[in-house]
Design a protein around this ligand. Structure first.
Ligand code: PMP
Length: 315
């Protein structure tokens, strides 16, 4: 990707974390926060509403720390994430997809479960800023050190907002000239929010998981965001398959979206710059969705995958 743009496009390999995603960082800080506040005591239960990756991070840590883990998930997420959560000893409840304003939203169900269970805590990844603190204290400083401070732009898709916000806060403190760009999938409100201050969803829905949002979470509040890009699934999926076939990275669609955004930024600002993003998780979790020919065809996304790369689709 760097060759075609003349920019250096760097990505943190977050899929290398123990639980396999960028969300391990938030999970550790959320658990430590609950312990520090006395909300989680030995033998207690960690409860969270999650698209899956935060849950996997939490479950992984609960297993080794002696806590129980209860996960509420929307029922449109990949089944591989549910299988992984169960392997890690978590109890998983999948619930219908309804907006935040509905009391049956997976997050409210998680909160209610914690409130009615002895020695349980709802870690509240969307609005507990221990999440973005993880990125202020770890991801941001790592990007700064690993690039020797040579960063012009960072761009990330946003779910809770923890990564974008935390990295943005840290890096802007180091160098206010660094630009922070939010990359949004279809069907999320954040693109319109950044561009025009309106909480209005963009058209369509997205095959990406874990990113896109219907509101401004507390983790995103006050984040130093300079601009937003709307990345359609055609670009995100195309890049996901390019990353596999041209760079050897078997990643999920939020990573495809991140790198597509980074390439778009590079083309806009011209050669000689450094753009940093992240490889959020691996493709294994999406075998039955992103790598399913049937699913890709149903979503009208086949044409965006170069013919030679379609060998990676299964029936
Ligand atoms: N990519 C994937 C695959 C995720 O699961 C998430 C988190 N839901 C993100 C990106 C976005 O991370 P954040 O919550 O820090 O905005």
């Amino acid at each position: 990707m760097s060759d075609e743009t003349g920019c250096e496009i760097l990505a943190k390999a977050e899929f290398c974390n123990g639980g396999g995603s960028v969300k391990d960082r938030a999970a550790l800080f959320l658990i430590q926060d609950a312990i520090r506040k006395g909300q989680l005591r030995p033998g207690g239960t960690v409860v969270e509403g999650t698209a899956g990756n935060t849950g996997i991070g939490l479950a992984h840590m609960c297993l080794s720390m002696g806590f129980k883990c209860m996960i509420f998930m929307p029922n449109n997420q990949s089944k591989e994430k549910i299988e992984m959560l169960e392997t890690l000893g978590a109890k998983v409840k999948t619930v219908p997809v309804v907006p935040w304003s509905d009391p049956n939203n997976y997050n409210h169900l998680a909160r209610q479960f914690a409130e009615t269970t002895e020695n349980a805590v709802w870690t509240n990844q969307f609005d507990n800023t221990a999440n973005r603190q993880a990125h202020i204290e770890t991801t941001g400083p790592e990007i700064w050190e690993q690039t020797g401070g040579k960063v012009d732009v960072v761009t990330f898709g946003t779910g809770t907002g923890g990564t974008l916000s935390g990295v943005g806060i840290f890096l802007k403190e180091k160098n206010p000239a660094i630009k922070v760009i939010l990359a949004d999938p279809q069907g999320s409100v954040l693109y319109n929010y950044i561009k025009q201050g309106k909480l209005e969803r963009t058209e369509g829905s997205s095959i990406t998981e874990g990113i896109g949002q219907g509101r401004v979470t507390r983790n995103l509040e006050g984040a130093p965001i300079d601009d937003a890009l709307l990345i359609p699934d055609t670009d995100a999926v195309n890049m996901t398959f390019r990353l596999l076939h041209e760079e050897g990275f078997f990643v999920g669609a939020s990573t495809g979206l991140n790198v597509a955004a980074a390439v778009q930024v590079a083309k806009q600002i011209g050669p000689g710059h450094t753009i940093v993003t992240c490889l959020c998780d691996t493709g294994h979790k999406y075998y039955n969705k992103l790598f399913s020919k049937k699913e890709i065809e149903q979503r009208g996304l086949l044409d965006c995958i170069p013919p030679a790369y379609r060998v990676s689709l299964h029936n």
